[in-house]
Design a protein around this ligand. Sequence first.
Ligand code: PLP
Length: 472
Amino acid sequence: MRKGDPADLDWTAEEMRQLGHEVLERCVQHLASLREQPSRGDVGDTHAIASARHALPSDGVPLTPLLDRLFEEWIPKSFTTPGPGYFAYVPGGGLFPSALASLISETTNRFVGVWQAAPALAELEGTVLDWIRDWMQFPTSARGLLTPGSSISTLIAITAAREKLLGTEIRRGVAYVSRQTHHCVMKSARLAGIANDRVRVLPVDSQFRMCVDSLREAVRADRAKGLVPFLVISTAGSVNVGAVDDLDAVADAATELGLWHHIDAAYGGFFHVVPALRPLLSGLPRADSIALDPHKGLFLPYGTGALLVRDGGDLRAVHAADADYLPETPDSDYYDIASYGPELSRPFRGLRLWLPLMLAGSDRLRSAIAEKRELALVAHEAVRSLPHVRVLLPPCLSLFAFRVERPGCSEEENDATTRALVEGTTRRGRVMISGCGEGGRSWGRVCVLSFRSRRAEVDMLIEDLTATLSEL
Ligand SMILES: *Cc1c(COP(=O)(O)O)cnc(C)c1O
């Protein structure tokens, strides 16, 4: 930026090299030291929170002290989500080449919203979606969209189903979910105009799968009241206990009842990339739409979600629009992103997937996903043999919940011990796990899905759980 020119916001080539070099060095140092960082930083540091609130200085400041504050003061005060010991919630890790892809796409800053402005780049995003479509064994008539995450994918799917099956009769429409359904589904339904009094929460069976008989009964009862059942949402990997609905049975019922079947596969969908694991998600390819989170099962950084809709025309029907100032929408099969989603100006998300996946290749990707399932089975075997520990459900994919049940202790005491086990294990600093509530009781849960979590970290998890339990 030229000193004497007060309106100049540009950087010289040499300055950009300098800034880039410094940032890259910090990022690489950060990743190279992940193993030494505590699995959960001090998120209760109110000083750090307060210091993040400040005014914009009238004069620009140098980069180095800003990076110091970020990397030393603010970033460490957080869950170490990219760390190898992160088994909490649903990890992903964040493949480094995605960050480089973001640098490229945000540096070149091409407009990918409409096809004409960057046709090859829009096509590249379409190509990535074709890979995902093929992994999910969806037909070539399907179209997809890269979104910021599954919450948004779900909102778009519900809107497409509503538009197709309800038209202007929105208020009479009814959607069906189960007790295991993620809370973002209720939120998305509301955003899509399906008020929560029109969402039926169905019971689950002993494996935490949606009761399909209850679905049939509820649809019949709603039809008898003059309502219009239109949508059932099943889950391929619930976030609480890791359950996978009987997707084939839900698909059968949806066909018979004339419902749109959407699958929330945010956590579990990418296990379908591994042919040997496809039976775990049997029925997935029969959905009308699938929400997926590449920022979970494809190990990408947060903000990378995906949606597939079986009949691409249904997605286009809610999004295609004309305006005098837009280029004419091509009627070819080129991928025109804004015709399939709500955004116009948007980041070039495709590159965040394309670059890391191209560098890794499909074989390595499949091996990594398969390994996470294997490691979850190892962790499950060890945890279920800990004294007085009960596992709720063996991992359907790579997640399981467990709880301490000591004889002679009340349920409340066992709840407290379970919570102390989760907290004490995390506090040791090598691994982080989270808890959940199920059946009115407290459970700990382990989800193995970060690409950085290997056998060594699973061993640490088992060691730290064992040691913590023995001290309680
Ligand atoms: C993560 C998750 C969601 C929400 O997805 P976001 O990408 O966080 O918006 C929904 N359902 C399930 C099962 C999930 O694991």
